[in-house]
Design a protein around this ligand. Structure first.
Ligand code: GDP
Ligand code: 5AD
Length: 570
């Protein structure tokens, strides 16, 4: 099989079944057989005579050839008693004690099963308002976020993986300035990513430099006004400070709400790529773009016929997941099965550009992104319409925005996930992100240092005759090829990494993928440490103009605990 040593390590540590003493009781092949067999079973629901053996083989091949990988919960739980297969959930948080603590409990159940949860806290009455039943004073949304955070912390130990949350507050909530600053101290609310829910009205008020209304969610009354620009500058300042909060354009999420009759979309999952209705869940899967490149006389070309075949099979797979999933709550099962959203995306985009010889920060790369994603989106929808012919459209199709079109099986088809772990399993670069480093030094046990070099870069360096461990160490130290002597100029131009790419190109790439993605795109815009608040503000404005659904930025060195470091030995 094609799995790298690293991939096998990750699979053994976190994915393969173990007995009570922690001994492995499953092989890597066994895992993918288990997943493939289980997911293929769903075809029996539609045709009791269907050949699920052949289908299971197709799914098995697709995964073990590293062409497609479903999200982690599917790999971990398919065909096992827990059986929870989705990565993404959104839960409502109503303005009542009962409702809030139901949500805490439900989130704990989801975390235990490996899913991530998103919440809007916008319905919670502001701090200081009265509580009729007790005559007391409400403590406000941020105090409750801390409860969710503590609950997540406690479940960490027992579950398959640690909990992860998204917390959103509308910009017109009276407690918005407290929310914007609630993670100013990086040690606070650590189990949440937070985003400000921005409205078009607010953006217009920023542009015109006017005041906008703050609305009490309980009474719906205007309880104050704020100068939009001041609030906007505070968001920019905090994001510049340590990357939090992000922003999310709520009106845009709702413009793409396929079934507005079911209410408003208030939140996304933890990494922002999946907007969902309250109680809705979604399962994701990603195509490894390395797998769709053919090498012809030393040149790489995209094999679109192969891509089409993978898309068809992946859509079939993801639709089956909805049927085989064991949902943590009845309400979630009902909502999820009424829209049947799936999220097919890509990983290995940066690798693909390296192999095509196209710099990430170029017009050509933007064009390639659009072309690939348009192809996946179009083909994915065709595959979903094909499924609808035998399985019927999603149950709420008749009241969806598609109702006058050809029936389709899934309310959404495409999502660009970060592919944090599954990209390691596939040996691919994550999602649509550029590579963070071409080479880096990994500290392993006993203070040993392991030099890791991007596979394809190593190959090119060897072929072109400039490979040496010493040079790779220098590249690891500097974090970029830009100022390394001994690397040919044309190689430097192609093998760009996150910090060689201007924030504008990061956003333009996000927008290029967003244009052909039903849901949203997980992307971090990297800034150098020297970036100014104005630079951050410019990127927000550009993202807004280019139709992105949200923005997350990160300024190098702005957090004490940074996962990835340029030029630092890890
Ligand atoms: P992968 O399938 O593990 O590679 O997951 P991704 O990195 O693509 O993340 C996709 C989604 O899975 C995220 O947006 C979250 O909803 C969820 N997720 C990712 N990592 C975690 C985690 O560590 N814990 C939990 N509870 N959810 C996660
Ligand atoms: N909104 C959206 N996405 C976020 N991430 C972190 N915080 C937020 C946020 N507030 C995403 C990053 C990265 C992924 C791992 O998590 O953008 O892509």
């Amino acid at each position: 099989m094609k799995f790298s040593e690293n991939a096998i390590k990750v699979l053994e540590r976190r994915y393969l079944s173990k007995d009570e003493e922690g001994n492995l009781i499953e092989t890597v092949e066994g895992l993918f057989r288990r997943v493939a067999n289980h997911i293929a079973e769903a075809d029996k629901h539609y045709d009791s005579n269907s050949d699920t053996k052949a289908l299971a083989e197709e799914f098995f091949e697709m995964m073990t050839n590293l062409e497609f990988m479903p999200n982690s919960p599917t790999l971990m739980n398919a065909g096992k008693p827990l059986g929870q297969l989705s990565a993404c959930f959104v839960l409502p948080v109503p303005d009542s004690m009962d409702g809030i603590f139901d949500a805490v409990k439900n989130a704990a159940l989801i975390h235990k099963s490996g899913g991530g949860t998103g919440f809007s806290f916008s319905r919670i009455r502001p701090a200081g308002s009265s509580v009729r039943s007790t005559g007391g004073v409400a403590s406000g949304p941020i105090s409750f976020m801390k409860v969710f955070n503590a609950a997540t912390e406690a479940v960490k130990q027992g579950g398959t993986r640690r909990g992860a949350n998204m917390g959103i507050l509308r910009v017109d909530h009276p407690n918005i300035t407290e929310f914007i600053q609630c993670k100013k101290d990086s040690a606070e609310i650590t189990n949440f990513n937070i985003s400000v829910g921005i409205t078009e009205k607010f953006m217009e008020a920023v542009k015109a430099d006017t005041y906008y209304d703050l609305i009490d969610p309980k009474t719906k009354e205007v309880v104050g006004q704020k100068r939009a620009k001041e609030v906007y500058d505070l968001i920019v300042d905090m994001a510049w400070n340590n990357g939090e909060p992000g922003i999310v354009f709520l009106d845009r999420l709702n413009r793409d709400n396929v079934v507005p009759s079911q209410g408003e979309i208030e939140s996304t999952n933890p990494c922002g790529e999946q907007p969902l209705l309250p109680y809705e869940s979604c399962n994701l899967g990603s195509i490894n773009l390395n797998a769709v490149l053919d090498e012809e006389e030393g040149k790489f070309v995209i094999n679109y016929a192969k891509l089409a075949r993978i898309v068809d099979s992946a859509v079939h797979f993801l639709d089956n997941v909805i049927d085989m999933n064991k949902y943590p709550l009845e309400e979630i099962e009902k909502t999820t099965k009424s829209t049947r959203k799936i999220g097919l995306g890509v990983m290995g985009f940066a690798d693909l550009l390296f192999k095509l010889g196209i710099p990430y920060n170029s017009e050509e790369a933007i064009a390639v992104a659009g072309k690939i994603m348009e192809f996946i989106e179009t083909r994915g929808r065709e595959a979903s319409r094909e499924l609808a012919k035998t399985r019927g459209p999603f149950p709420l199709f008749g009241e969806s925005i598609f109702k006058d079109e050809e029936p389709i099986r899934n309310a959404t088809v495409t999502t660009i996930a970060p592919t944090g772990t599954i990209s390691i399993i596939c040996g691919a670069s994550g999602g649509v992100e550029p590579l963070f480093a071409i080479s880096f030094i990994r500290n392993v046990m006993d203070n040993d240092e392991l030099l890791e070099v991007h596979d394809y870069f190593r190959k090119v360096a060897e072929e072109r005759g400039f490979y040496s461990d010493e040079l790779m160490r220098e590249i690891a130290q500097k974090g970029s090829l830009a100022h390394v002597e001994g690397v040919p100029e044309d190689v430097k131009r192609v093998f760009v990494t996150a910090h060689d790419i201007s924030p504008e190109y990061h956003i333009r790439m996000q927008a290029a993928f967003q244009e052909f993605t039903d849901n949203a795109v997980s992307k971090t815009v990297n800034f150098p440490n020297s970036a100014t608040r104005e630079d951050v503000s410019d990127v927000y404005r550009l993202a807004y103009e280019l139709g992105c659904k949200g923005v997350t930025i990160y300024r190098d060195g702005s957090r004490d605990l940074q996962v990835l470091n340029v030029g630092k030995v890890k």
